[in-house]
Design a binder for this molecule. Structure first.
Ligand SMILES: *[C@@H]1O[C@H](CO)[C@@H](O)[C@H](O)[C@H]1NC(C)=O
Ligand SMILES: *[C@@H]1O[C@H](CO)[C@@H](O)[C@H](O)[C@H]1NC(C)=O
Ligand SMILES: *[C@@H]1O[C@H](CO)[C@@H](O)[C@H](O)[C@H]1NC(C)=O
Ligand SMILES: *[C@@H]1O[C@H](CO)[C@@H](O)[C@H](O)[C@H]1NC(C)=O
Length: 962
């Protein structure tokens, strides 16, 4: 058969486009198809190369699209749907379309073909119809957020196939039907043994809670079935959920029968909500459920128990903040100890038969705000009560019948009943400025357009909504963490906390931009992602939450999709087929040349990002790579035995670390950056450039690096004894007494002082912490991980930069002013000094080491009265801790609020040398030749900012919240 020239021409054209396009064509057409169904495109979605042209919200690995992050950024468009074109994106791992209220319609069943999908985040959209069964085919799924949509129909039984699922949120929809369980053929929710979160509240689910749904293999921590139509009894299998922390069965449900007695097997339970059901039998005995903070069992039909004393477990729950037992026929005398439970805030006990004399006593908890005993049988109250000036309601008791005009008998006019709800203060020194349209006054008194939304806390552990400290804590925590995750956030404002009809705590939120009047598309997508994917975790007292945003007025609203790109090829062929061969050839040439040029430009751009590493380049920005070797991928593959698991010695901020042996016999550690890590590129370059310039015995040295076959790897000297953190926590088996600790910390101080005072230009490390101090075989300290480091330019102390670092070590002045100086490292070093003597994490469960030491310290006492806080492994007697007081003085000077009041690292070194002499130690390490049990270190190089706070910035795919 003779080949038609048209066919040849056509195939040349097709090949040209296949060879020259940078993004997989299937992914490109998939994205264009999706955007067409939105009738709207994000700002820079033009052309046909999403990966190469860095389309907004699109993240690629190689030529494949792996993430789509468009939270809250499509709001400017017309109502749209999610089209079946999504199936083209077969490498997709993360799809975040959350907070786009204008996205609706049904979810296409073809979504089930995305076999690599790990995060599906559609919360806060308007999707409707049934949840497709095909979602059960997403075998890699870890996070599924379908909450706050309009889904109807049943929960698909196929969800039971999602064996890796960690978080399942179906709340706030209109789902009906029963909870699916394994029926012999189809799987069910009982198969989800990796899932920690069942959030099904606020739907119309019905039927009984099947006995089979709970089993002892499950790891649930949150079980939220509230605000549904469940009936029948609570199955005794509930007692098998040993890990459960939050249980909500309340509102609208009609659960009946007795509460299984083995409920007290749930010893981790913090919140128990059984209110507004039809439960019978005896009032559950909650003895030994020692974690309980919030108990609400009001409005049920438990058997009357007119005992002479109130249930004994009332006073046996040490963490209780809130006890709600309204209208339950329970009675007896209320024990005085109930009012002195240390954390108790609210007692709602109205409509019962509590009798006798109410004695609040004089050591009632300072947190106590409300005692509601309306409609009980109380006949008298005794003194003690006179000091109590918070809410106490006794109307409807015999005490008030005696014509008493007592203040507690009035139903209104009680103290504290009327302060306006909390609202973040705006810190304006003088007259606040008048803001333009859409702009509002931020807490730092500037005008800007905030990102607004609502935080809904489904089960807070507190009930005292008037206590400002919770909101101040949340504001500080959110701001710090959002900044830490590299979003340009200046501050957050909270207002109008209240309990809504579903019994959740609702707080309005405004997030203000830093250094600009308005957020851009990327900021909104990032903040939306962090808050919707639960990457941001609020302080534990707030419990599980979700976020719903209002649409943000983006300045660069996208343009309406045009179809021109799709039609290009047929157009060219059509012209050629018209007979104008010449025209066709010219057109081909134009297309080919244009693409070549584009391709060349792009290649240049890419290589430019590493231009500074090009050894032959004469550019002035060439770093001095003295001694650093360049390795090929093949060499490193060989020395690490093909990156075998046996050689895997830890995870770092942006990848894994492997041990290897060079042909010379030298042991090395190879840090391999993870594919697709977002910030990795920049941090990688920073680290090479810095490390190759620094040479000091207390700074980890770089052997070489590899930039081959798309890989980024750093090769370091191997440091065998792990991190200082591992020694302090006992993980590495290296025991450090007081003198050894001094030696280690002095070494670290010398390393940092070298970076500040001798490196040229000076280097601020920015991430000083115990996991970044490594110990060699002689326990010499080596400062590691320069991923976040910053050079100080000519104008010392004037570097304005995005705040980075690790929570707990972060300098508050740097965080407030964003002015980076060496003194920020001094602050972190001060925190490290305290960590070294206490062996406590700097920031843990709201306890901050700096504050603790300040609070406990008494200079008039031996060891400043810090015995309780000191690590017992430091040394037996106070006499063996010579110089400790001077050490604490130094640490506290390092964490002075103002950088100017802190010593320099050089001064810290001299002081530590003096302290070492006081302790009877030697200041030069060469004289020591002890040998220590050398164990394989587990996280020696990366630092663990990733595990603590995903320090590499916005995670590319998954984050595992607790
Ligand atoms: C679900 O669990 C049942 C037993 O509880 C088991 O027989 C079945 O194989 C499981 N199905 C899946 C898909 O895991
Ligand atoms: C759970 O509760 C039951 C009934 O109270 C009890 O017999 C059993 O020993 C408990 N199991 C555990 C592991 O505590
Ligand atoms: C209150 O106590 C009195 C005397 O003990 C008793 O007669 C009465 O029934 C009680 N009322 C309630 C509502 O418990
Ligand atoms: C409270 O009520 C119980 C049950 O009716 C009764 O046994 C007890 O004596 C009463 N206590 C007082 C102080 O009236």
């Amino acid at each position: 058969m003779e080949l038609s020239p048209w066919l040849i021409l056509f195939s040349v054209l097709v090949q040209a486009s296949v060879i020259l396009a940078d993004t997989n064509t299937q992914d490109t057409s998939g994205l264009i198809g999706i955007a067409d169904s939105w009738k709207y495109r994000p700002s820079n979605w033009g052309g046909d190369d999403p990966c190469g042209d860095k389309w907004f919200g699109i993240i690629c690995i190689g030529d494949r699209v792996t993430s789509i992050r468009l939270s809250g950024t499509l709001a400017g468009g017309k109502p749209g749907t999610l089209s079946g074109d999504i199936e083209s994106l077969s490498e997709l791992q993360l799809l975040d379309l959350s907070q786009n209220k204008n996205l609706g319609g049904s979810l296409p069943s073809s979504i089930g073909t995305l076999s690599n999908l790990q995060n599906l985040i559609l919360a806060g959209c308007s999707f409707s119809g049934e949840i497709p069964q095909e979602i059960g085919q997403l075998s890699q799924l870890i996070f599924l957020y379908l909450n706050s949509n309009r889904f109807t129909g049943p929960i698909p039984s196929s969800l039971g196939n999602l064996s890796k699922l960690y978080w399942l949120d179906l709340g706030e929809n209109m789902l009906t039907g029963e909870l699916p369980i394994f029926d012999g053929t189809n799987p069910g929710l009982d198969n989800l043994t990796s899932t920690k979160h069942f959030h099904f509240g606020v739907n119309q689910l019905s039927g009984t809670i099947p006995r089979q749904i709970f089993n002892s293999n499950m790891k649930l921590i949150h079980l939220l079935l509230d605000n549904n139509n469940f009936s029948g009894s609570i199955p005794p299998t509930l007692g098998l959920l040993k890990t459960l922390e939050v249980l909500r069965f309340d509102r609208n449900n009609q659960l009946s029968g007795p509460v299984p007695t083995n409920i007290n097997n749930l010893t981790k339970l913090i919140e128990l909500h059984l209110e507004n059901n039809k439960l019978t039998g005896p009032l559950p005995d909650l003895t030994e459920m020692n974690s309980l903070s919030f108990v609400d069992m009001s409005n049920n039909s438990f058997n009357a128990s007119p005992a002479s004393d109130a249930p004994s477990w009332f006073t046996a729950l040490p963490a209780l903040t809130s006890l709600y037992l309204e209208n339950l026929q329970i009675g007896g005398q209320l024990p005085q100890a109930l009012f002195s439970l240390p954390a108790i805030q609210t007692l709602r006990l109205r409509g019962n038969h509590f009798n006798g004399t109410l004695d609040i006593g004089s050591d009632f908890s300072t947190q106590l705000q409300t005692i509601d005993l309306q409609d009980n049988n109380i006949t008298a109250i005794t003194v003690g009560g006179t000091q109590y000036n918070k809410i106490l309601i006794l109307s409807g008791n015999p005490f008030c019948d005696q014509g008493s005009n007592n203040q507690y008998c009035k139903t209104t006019g009680q103290p504290n009943s009327g302060p306006p709800p909390y609202s973040t203060a705006k810190n304006c020194a003088g007259l606040p400025p008048t803001c333009l349209l859409r702009q509002l006054l931020s807490p730092s008194c500037t005008c800007a357009v905030p990102y607004k939304g609502t935080l809904k806390f489904r089960a807070p552990t507190f009930s005292d909504l008037g206590n400002e400290s919770y909101y101040l804590l949340l504001e500080k925590d959110m701001t710090t963490k959002l900044v830490f995750y590299k979003t340009p956030v200046d501050s957050v404002a909270l207002y109008n906390p209240s309990i809504d009809v579903t019994n959740s705590l609702v707080i309005s939120l405004e997030v203000y931009p830093s250094g600009k009047v308005q957020f851009v598309e990327q900021d909104i997508a990032d903040i939306g992602f962090l808050l919707t994917n639960q990457t941001y975790k609020p302080p534990p007292v707030f419990g599980p939450y979700f976020f719903i945003s209002q649409s943000y007025p983006l300045a660069n609203e996208g343009f309406v999709a045009s179809k021109s790109k799709k039609n290009k090829l047929p157009l060219i062929v059509g012209v050629a087929a018209g007979g104008a061969v010449l025209v066709a050839i010219v057109l081909i040439l134009i297309v080919v040349i244009a693409r070549r040029r584009k391709k060349t430009n792009r290649t240049e751009e890419r290589s430019q990002s590493f231009a500074s590493l090009d050894m032959k380049s004469t550019s002035t920005s060439v770093p001095q790579l003295r001694g650093a070797r360049i390795f090929t991928f093949a060499e490193l593959k060989k020395i690490t035995n093909n990156f075998s698991e046996a050689n895997d010695i830890g995870n770092g901020g942006f990848g894994k670390v492997y041990r290897g042996t060079l042909p010379t016999g030298q042991l090395v550690a190879v840090k391999r950056s993870q594919e697709g890590s977002l910030q990795g590129n920049l941090e990688f370059r920073t680290e090479i450039e810095l490390l190759s310039r620094v040479h000091h015995k207390n700074v980890v040295s770089l052997v070489g690096f590899c930039l081959d076959q798309g890989e980024q790897m750093l090769v370091y000297e191997y440091i065998p004894n792990g991190t200082l953190k591992e020694s302090l926590t006992g993980k590495s088996g290296v025991r450090l007494d007081w003198k050894r600790r001094l030696r280690v910390i002095l070494g670290a101080a010398k390393g940092i002082a070298y970076l500040h005072e001798l490196a040229e230009p000076p280097i601020v490390h920015r991430d000083i912490k115990s996991s970044n101090v490594l110990l060699d075989e002689r326990l010499n300290a080596k400062v590691a991980d320069f991923g976040l480091s910053k050079l100080l330019g000519e104008e010392r102390g004037q570097v304005t930069t995005q705040v980075k670092g690790t929570m707990g070590y972060l300098d508050p002045e740097y965080y407030m002013t964003q002015q980076l100086t060496e003194k920020s490292d001094v602050y972190s070093f001060g925190v490290l000094l305290l960590e070294v003597i206490t062996a406590k994490k700097p920031l843990e469960r709201g306890r901050y080491i700096v504050r603790e030491v300040h609070a406990a310290m008494d200079r008039s006492k031996d060891l400043y009265g810090l015995h309780e806080l000191l690590d017992p492994l430091l040394g037996a007697s106070p006499s063996s801790l010579g110089g400790l007081e001077h050490y604490v003085d130094l640490a506290l000077r390092c964490v002075e609020e103002a950088g100017a009041d802190r010593p320099s690292m050089g001064e810290a070194v001299s002081e530590l040398e003096r302290i070492t002499r006081l302790a009877g130690g030697v200041t030069e390490s060469a004289s020591e030749s002890m040998s220590y049990a050398s164990r394989t270190p587990r996280h020696p190089y990366g630092g663990d900012s990733a595990s603590e706070y995903s320090g590499a910035g916005l995670p590319s795919s998954r984050v595992e919240p607790k």
